[in-house]
Design a protein around this ligand. Structure first.
Ligand code: NAG
Ligand code: NAG
Ligand code: NAG
Length: 343
């Protein structure tokens, strides 16, 4: 027999486990090397925590989906040209749109990791044990159930998502600030849920636990932050003149942005035309609304280029009547309908 086989026989269960874990590690190696656009430190985290990488991917995707939902009526619909990464396509310009995508993916990863911990899907984490069993003296209730360990999720997001900022430039400071803003918005929206115990709901004792907010709520809040995003500039304070911190870009302003502000350093392109330099995919082919005065209106969406009209006929069953006994008779209705797409 080869040496390998002998080890299986002699070492018993322990060797089998070792062999199994090296197979798992090998799998992780292949998976982690296949994921595009990971920074070296992210690849290392991926290899040491292959169970977490799936949850991270789901969290990032949840962020991208929410971004597409929030911007479904805008010229910029959360798409970008350029390199594909776990975090979607990245915007080259340090615009407020880039700010939004960083904040929502950092929050998405923290949310997904926290949820996976609460459901026992990840090793190394679970419910928030610091709360388990303690009394809240002032308000007279006891921590119970499973409190979501959002601090673990946020720490994990910080370690993984922030590890992609390897260049020491202004954009790094911008990205890190927006990542943190997204996570802070999530943390601030954690909810307390309580349950009463006692005879017929008399609430002689009450237990409470923290839960994650719906991710849609985080999306809405970050969209508001996007609308109020703050332009900043970098201050090079160190002796080596490296970017050190951000301040609000205004004449004679030495104010730093607030923790939950979304910040940007460059003006947005208009996203009308396809442009590799800015990462804009343009609005050609986008659906628009001929009568809407808003951003989804054809005039605004198509940037004055005009639109194409597509006619189609919608057909459905209608005027259904129940006949005794026992059948339903319907007629067929149809309607001419139109959709418009940008030229
Ligand atoms: C946890 O794992 C179960 C079973 O694989 C899955 O259905 C569920 O969606 C997971 N939950 C999270 C939050 O990842
Ligand atoms: C966004 O717009 C582009 C360009 O029109 C289109 O190709 C893409 O499918 C759109 N994405 C979504 C999520 O609607
Ligand atoms: C188009 O916009 C108008 C006005 O905002 C709205 O009433 C209508 O429902 C929209 N149509 C579609 C197909 O979304």
């Amino acid at each position: 027999p080869t040496g390998c086989e002998r080890e299986w026989v002699d070492g018993g269960a322990e060797a089998a486990l070792r062999a199994l874990s090296s197979v798992v590690a090998l799998g992780a190696n292949i998976i982690c090397n296949k994921i595009p656009g990971l920074a070296p430190r992210q690849r290392a985290i991926c290899q040491s925590r292959p169970d977490a990488i799936i949850v991270i991917g789901e969290g990032a995707q949840m962020g991208i989906n929410e971004c597409q939902y929030q911007f479904r009526f805008g010229r910029w619909n959360c798409s970008a040209l350029g390199e594909k990464t776990v975090f979607g396509q990245e915007l080259r310009v340090g615009s407020r749109e880039a700010a939004f995508t960083y904040a929502i993916t950092a929050a998405g990863v923290a949310h997904a990791v926290t949820a996976a911990c609460s459901q026992g899907n990840l090793s190394n984490c679970g419910c928030d044990r610091e709360k388990q069993g303690y009394y809240n003296q002032a308000e007279g209730w006891k921590w119970g159930g499973c409190s979501a360990d959002v601090r673990y999720g946020i720490d994990f997001s910080r370690r993984f998502v922030d590890a992609r900022e390897i260049k020491k430039n202004a954009r790094r400071l911008m990205n890190l600030h927006n990542n943190e803003a997204g996570r802070k918005v999530l943390e601030d929206r954690m909810k307390l849920e309580c349950k009463c115990h006692g005879v017929s709901g008399s609430c002689t004792t009450k237990t409470c636990w923290t839960t994650l907010p719906k991710f849609r709520e985080v999306g809405h809040l970050l969209k508001e932050k996007y609308n109020a995003a703050v332009q900043v500039e970098v201050v090079r304070a160190s002796r080596l003149r490296q970017p050190t911190f951000l301040r609000i870009k205004q004449l004679r302003s030495y104010q730093k942005p607030m923790e939950t502000d979304l910040v940007y350093i460059e003006k947005s392109p208009n996203y009308c035309e396809e442009d590799a330099a800015t990462g804009s995919v343009g609005t050609q082919g986008r659906l628009c609304n001929r009568t809407s005065p808003g951003a989804d209106g054809c005039d605004t969406m198509c940037c004055g280029r005009g639109y194409n009209t597509h006619q189609y006929t919608k057909v459905w069953q209608c005027n259904c009547k129940f006949h005794w006994c026992c059948f339903v008779k319907c007629s067929t209705c149809s309607e001419r309908s139109e959709v418009f797409t940008c030229k």
